[in-house]
Design a protein around this ligand. Structure first.
Ligand code: DQA
Length: 151
């Protein structure tokens, strides 16, 4: 079973970027965390980050071929991107949307997600630990529904 973990714009700056909101852990720390969870669950993880909407759209489209599900932090594109929403819907894969901060408790424009309505579920506000729970929730869903391409 293979899970794609996608991170959107500015998340390469984690650790330096507004640490009072996003903390001091880096993207590399998140990748180490999800690799450890993947080992624990016996699944394969691929992590990617892009600042470009089109690249994220292409990776979501490509995931149909060899991934069983996606965890995505679309970052600012959450609140703007019909293209990413359509890519998620077209993928037919279970997708978990994830945010480090609690987007509901911040500026009003962050309360709208274009992506969440086409996702399996959404996690927000649990810091970087949310990535672990998002992967666990997705794998649990795939195993329960036997939707994994391979077990
Ligand atoms: C974020 C929340 C978004 O509103 C913001 O644009 C981000 C990060 C989060 O993880 O909390 O870049 O997705």
């Amino acid at each position: 079973m293979k899970v794609l973990v996608l991170n959107g714009p500015n998340l390469h700056l984690l650790g330096q970027r507004e640490p009072s909101i996003y903390g001091y852990e880096t993207l590399a720390d998140i990748e180490t965390l999800v690799e450890r969870v993947a080992d624990d669950l016996g699944v394969t993880i691929e992590c990617r980050q892009s600042n470009h909407e089109g690249e994220l759209v292409e990776w979501i489209g490509d995931a149909r071929a060899d991934c069983d599900g996606i965890v995505i932090n679309p970052a600012a594109y959450t609140h703007t991107s019909v293209a990413i929403r359509d890519a998620v819907a077209a993928s037919g894969l279970p997708v978990v949307e994830l945010h480090i901060s609690n987007v509901s408790a911040r500026e009003s424009f962050r309360r709208t997600s274009f992506i969440a309505p086409v996702c399996l579920g959404m996690l927000s506000g649990f810091g970087v630990r949310g990535y672990e729970w998002a992967v666990r929730a997705l794998v649990e869903h795939l195993r329960r529904t036997s939707k994994g391409k391979t077990v």
